[in-house]
Every structure is written in C-alpha cells, then in structure tokens.
Write a protein that binds this ligand. Structure first.
Ligand code: ATP
Length: 237
C-alpha cells in the first residue's frame, strides 16, 4: 500500500478544469517530484491533497484512509503538511512564535521543545533570530521558517511547493541539502519545483504534468536522461 494515492482526480477553479484525471502515488520514505510547465497543475495537485481545494471526482487515500472531502485541519492532523508557494509565514509574529503555531496540534510542551530544538539544529540561522519578527527575515530565512514550521507538526508527508523560488543560487543549494536531510531523517516528501534539474537530483521518482494530467512517470534517473525532459524542463537545446 502506498502512503498517498490519488486516483483519477478532477479539480476545478470555477469552470477552469485544472486537474483532468490525475493519478499519482507516493510511497513511504520516498521523495517524489512533480515537474511541468507553468499552469500544468502542480500547485493545484498539492492544494487538492491538502484539502484546500475539493476535487469534483476521484479519490485521495492516505495511509489507506479516504482523505477526499476531509477538512484541511483534519488532513493536517492525519500528518499531511503543506508548505505553500510564497512561504506564508505570520509576518508580525517572531520566529519562535511562528514555530509554535506550527505545533498547534501538539499539547505536550516537552515534544514542542524537542521539535523546536530539531528545527534549530537544522536551521541554526533561525535560532540566532528566534526573537526577530518574521516579516523582517530575508527570503531564504523565511523559506527556512516555513519549512521549520511544517516540521513542528511531525509530518508523515510534506508537500513542498517551489521551495527554491526566488532564492539566490547559494541558498537554492542549501534548500535542496535540507530536503535531503529531512528525507534522511525519515520524512516522505512530495516536491513541486520549476528547477527540474535539482528536483530530479534529490528525488527517487518523478511525474511530468501537462495540462492537468500525468504525461510521463519514471524514476528520477530516467527522467534526467529523457531528451524531452532535458529540452523542455532543463533548458537544454
Ligand atoms: P506554475 O509553475 O506556473 O506555478 P502550476 O503547474 O503550479 O504552475 P497551477 O497553479 O496548479 O499550475 O495552475 C493550474 C491551472 O489552474 C492554471 O491554468 C491556472 O491558471 C489555474 N488556476 C490556478 N489557481 C487558480 C485560481 N485560484 N483561480 C482560477 N484558476 C486558477
């Protein structure tokens, strides 16, 4: 049984048919990348999995349970944590307060403290800035905070939407290093990235989406070698 399974999912924004029968799965301990051009449906896929967008038909199973139509807060409680594009941190709260908000399902102060220590071990920069108001952090630091806040909920599955967007190249490397570290620590990750080259370096498998359906599905290694993928998504001529 896969950790996450989407079968023939159709999602709409009003009359825009964004997912047109999408079927994908993610197994425990994998990193799976979704790649594709602008408007292919990558972010919509994550929004549908996290319950922010209700699919019109199809099924989404997580740990064998039906998640279709379940409220977003219940999906979080089941262990699916979404780090949306654009970071969406609470900008008037401090770094520490943002992390505490990520643990809202946790009532145990000891677990909360050990999770904060884990985030600070992963991102020492955040520990130095624990009392700083989050809106004044740099873009890269805000990305670290958004990822750290997601970790506070002890995710079984992390949905990462464009974690490298807008970051300087040196920070892009460090975000991908962090993804590898999270994975080594046992977190399963579904990763959406425009940076297909990097995404397929860290992933085990990948899906190429085009206009709301899976166009190609293969191991990351095979996708990296695929001529169409190289030309369309890795900027090769
Ligand atoms: P990008 O890489 O450009 O972010 P994407 O693959 O993540 O693209 P989505 O954001 O999932 O693409 O968009 C899929 C389709 O749904 C697009 O045609 C887009 O215009 C449309 N769409 C996305 N969000 C909305 C919305 N809030 N309202 C209406 N249409 C939307």
């Amino acid at each position: 049984m896969s950790l996450l399974e989407l079968e023939n999912v159709h999602s709409y924004y009003g009359n825009i048919h964004a997912l047109k029968g999408l079927s994908i799965h993610v197994d425990e301990a994998e990193i799976v990348s979704l790649i594709g051009g602008n408007g292919a449906g990558k972010s919509t896929t994550l929004q549908t999995i996290s319950g922010l967008l209700k699919p019109v038909s199809g099924s989404i199973r997580f740990l064998g349970n039906e998640n279709t139509g379940v409220a977003p807060q219940e999906i979080v409680a089941r262990g699916v944590i979404h780090v949306p594009e654009g970071r969406r941190i609470f900008s008037s709260l401090t770094v520490e307060e943002n992390l505490e908000m990520g643990a809202f399902t946790c009532r145990d102060p000891k677990l909360m403290k050990s999770n904060i220590d884990r985030v600070f071990a992963l991102f020492p920069r955040l520990e130095e800035r624990r009392k700083q108001v989050a809106g004044t952090l740099s873009g890269g630091e805000q990305q670290m905070l958004a990822t750290g806040r997601a970790l506070m909920a002890n995710p079984r599955l992390m949905l990462l939407d464009e974690p490298s967007m807008g970051l300087a190249p040196v920070l892009v490397d460090s975000i991908f290093d962090t993804i590898k570290q999270l994975h080594a620590g046992g977190t399963t990750i579904l990763l959406v990235e425009q940076n297909a080259r990097m995404a397929l370096m860290v992933a085990v498998r990948g899906y190429v989406l085009q206009t709301g359906v899976v166009f190609l599905s293969d191991t990351a290694e095979n996708l990296r070698r695929n001529e169409m993928v190289r030309k369309a998504y890795m900027g090769e001529t």
